[in-house]
Design a protein around this ligand. Sequence first.
Ligand code: NAD
Ligand code: MLT
Length: 524
Amino acid sequence: MFKVIVTEDINEKGIELLQKCPDIQVDVRMDIERAELLKIIGDYDAMVVRSVTKVNEELYEKATNLKVVGRAGNGVDNIEMAGATKRGIIVVNTPESNIISAAEHTIGLLLSSSRNIVPANKILEGGGWERKALTGSEMFNKTLGIIGLGRIGGLVTKRMQAFGMKIIAYDPYIADSRFEALGVEKCATLEELLRRSDVITIHTPKTEETVNIISDKEFALCKKGVRIVNCARGGLINEDALVKAIKDGIVASAGVDVLIGEPKPVSPLIKVPECVVTPHLGAETWEAQVNVGVAVAEEVISALHGEMVPNAVNLPALHSEELSEMLDYLSLGEALGKLYYQLEKEPAEKVEIFYGGSVMNMETQLITRAILKGVFEPVLKERVNYVNSEVAAESRGVAVSVGKTQSQYNLITVTVRSKNKSFTASGTVIRKGEIRITNIDGYNFDLTPEPYMLVVRNQDKPGVIGRIGTFLGDAKVNIANMQVSRNQAGDAMMFMSVDNVVSGEVLTGLQKDALVKEARFVRL
Ligand code: NAD
Ligand code: MLT
C-alpha cells in the first residue's frame, strides 16, 4: 500500500482519483504544521503540494520512504530539486494545466490596475463619485514588454496582440523562431525592453538570476508612467523598489499576484493605491483547479506504479507520444545495463554508450539514464531510477560517455570498462514491443530479455549442452527458451530463460562440470 499525503488544497476530483486506487491510502492534511509534517513524512511514499509547502533538505532527511513529490501547479521554486534527484525522488508538476488562467489573470491585473478599477470601486462603496482622478490608459498602440516568453508569456502575447499592442520580449533562453512564430520583436537585453516598454509583464521562473530582476536600477531605465504586472513569482520585482518607483512617478500602476512571504505576506505593496494586489489567484479558477488536481493525481499514481511520467521535472522533458515511442528503447537500455554486474564482478570505471540508426534521433539522455539504472540497480542498496542514475554514476566516479555509431538499423551498444577488462552488450528494437539483445561480450544472440535467465559460459565441446540440460532437469529447473553462441576461441555462452529463480546450489552444481567455466543467474 502506498501512502500519499496532500498538504495543500487540491481539487476534490484529484483527491477522488487517488482514493479510487486500491493500493493508495490518501491523507489530506491541509495546513499541517511544519513540525508535525516533519514528524510523520517518513511514513509516506508520495506527497502532493502547491506553492507553500517547502520540500527541502530538512524534509528529505526525514522522508525516508518518499518516492514522488507531486506539485499541483507549475512553479517548482518551493522544491529543492538537487536533494530530490540525488535520492531518486521523482518530482512531477502540471505545467500546462493552469497557464490559461494565469495568462488571463495577468491581463485582469493589467487592465484593472491601469483603469483604476479597484480604487474606483472603493470610492463608490464609500458613497463617492469620482472620474477625473481615476483616468486610466488604453492598451491600444502601446508597447508591451514581456520578460520570459515561455508558456504564459506566449499566451499573454497572443491575447494582447488582439488589443492592438506591439509586443517586444526579453528571453535569452529561447530560440529566435519562437519570437518569429509569435510575431514578437526580440530585445537583445533587459535594458532595451525596459527603455522601450509602456507596459511590462514578467513571466520567468524564480531563479537566482530572476530574483529582483527588476529593482531600483531597472526602474530608473523605464519610461515614466510605465505600467507593470507580476503574476509569476513573489520577489521577481523587488517590492520596496516598486513602492518607491510608484511614489517617484516612474510607475503609474502595478498589478501583483505574488508576494514575498506567502501565505503570510507583509508586503508594502498591499497598501499602495496604485497597486492591485491579489493573493496568488493566477491559477485560482474552477477550470484550472480541476485540471491541476486531476493532472497531479494521475501523475502521482503513474509515478508510484513505476510508470514514466511525461511531466517529471527532474527527468528530460518529453511529450507523451515521444515517451510511448521510447518505452521499448528504455527497456532495452536497462536490460543491456543490467547484464554487467550480473555477469561481471569488476567495479565499473567507465560506461561508454553508442547509439546507432534511428535511436540517434531520440531523446537519448533518457535512454542513457535507463542504461545506468540497469548497471547500478543490481548492486546498490539505495534506490536507483531514471531520476538519479546519472548522479549514482557520478558519485561513484564512474565516467559516462555517449557517442553515435553508424548502423543500418537502430542499435544501442553499451561497453563497461573496468580496470582489467571491458564488457560489451548490444541490442535493437525490431518492432514495437519486440526488443532483442544481439551481442554479449562478442557472442551473437537473438535474445528476448526475460525476467529470469540462466547464463552459462563453457568450453564449446560435444556433450556439454546435454549434461547441463540433464542436470537442470534433475534440479527441477524448467528451461523455457535457450540460445547458444560460440566464439572463435572455442568458448560458448548459453542463455536460458527459466521459470523460477535459480538457487546458488544449482549454480555451484553446474560449475562442477569440467567444461563449464561459469554459471550465473540473471534478472532482466
Ligand atoms: P515557462 O517555463 O514556460 O517560461 C518561462 C520563460 O522564462 C522561459 O521561456 C525561460 O526561457 C524564461 N526565462 C528564464 N530565465 C529568464 C531570464 N533571466 N530572463 C528572461 N527570461 C527568462 O514558465 P510558464 O509556465 O510560462 O510560467 C511562468 C511563471 O508563472 C513561473 O514563475 C510560474 O511559476 C508562474 N505561474 C504563476 C501562476 C500564478 O498563479 N500566479 C500560475 C502559473 C504559473
Ligand atoms: C503555479 O506555479 O502553478 C501557480 O503559482 C499556482 C499555484 O501555485 O497554485
